[in-house]
Design a protein around this ligand. Sequence first.
Ligand code: C5P
Length: 299
Amino acid sequence: MSAGVTVRVPAKVNVQLAVGAARPDGFHDLANVFLAVGLYDEVTVTPADGLRVTCEGPDAAQVPLDRTNLAARAAIALAERYGRTPDVHLHIAKDIPVAGGMAGGSADGAGALLACDALWGTGATRDELLDICAELGSDVPFSLVGGAALGTGRGEKLTALETGGAFHWVFAMAGRGLSTPAVFREFDRLTRGTDVPEPVASGALLDALAAGDPDALAATVSNDLQPAALSLFPELAAALAAGRGAGALAALVSGSGPTTAFLVRDAKSAHRTAEALRASGACSAVRTASGPVPGATVL
Ligand code: C5P
C-alpha cells in the first residue's frame, strides 16, 4: 500500500459576524472574526486509480461522497493547476458537526488541499494555496490558517489577530443542519426595507481577544445571522436559554448555525456547563473545546 498524508483541521466559531447588505453577486460583505477551536476533522489522502471520497464519524451519513464534497473539489482544483489528474482516495474522519456553522466542510476542503499538496510535492506557495481556498469557499482560507483572524470581503480576506490566551467554549449540536445560503436568504428577507450598515469589526471585541479576557469578550460577541438562524430554527432559543441558565458568560449561534456556542471562564466551567446542557434535553450532543488552535496541519 502506498504511503498517505494525513492533515488535521480545526473547527471555527465566529466571535463576531457582522453582515452587510447583499452585493450584486449575491454574497454579503462581512466583518467576520474567526476563532479556531479544538474540534477536528482529519483528511487522509492516498494515491488511487481515480478520485474517491469516504467518510467515517457520527455524522458520516450526511456527508456527500461525490465531487460536490469540498475535499474532492480541493483535490480537483490543485490537480488542474499543476496539470495532473486527481487520482486519490480522500478519507475524512469527521468530528466537526455537519452543516453546523462550524466550517466542517471548509475544514475538509483546506485539509484535502494541504494533504494533496504534500503528497504531490507541488511546491505551491502559501499564497497560491490561499487563492485556491478562496475559490473553494468563503471560510476555507481561515481553515487553512487557523488561530484567530478577521475576515473581510465575503470572509476570505484574512488579517491575523493577536490573542492573549485560550478561550473556553461549550458547543451544543442541534438534531438537524441548516443551509448557509438559506440563512443568508432569511437575513435578506428579515432586513428588507431596512438600512443595513457596512460591517465593521468591533474595537472592543478585538481588544478583548488581545487581552485574553473572557468577560470582556462575552460582553462584545455578536452574530448578525442569529435572528435569521432562529427564524428558521426556533428551537435554538431553548438551547441558548439552557446555556445561559447553566452559567455561560455568553451564548450565541455559531456562524449560520444551528450549533450554539457558549463562552465560559475556564475548563472547569466548561465541564459544568456541558453537563447542564446535556441534562436540559435542548440539544442532541454537547462538546467542549478551546481556542485559538493552529489551522490545517500535516500530521
Ligand atoms: O462561500 P461559500 O460557498 O461558503 O458560501 C455559501 C453561501 O453562503 C453562498 O452561496 C451565499 O449564499 C452565502 N454567503 C453569503 N455571503 C458571504 C458568504 C456566504 O451570502 N460572505
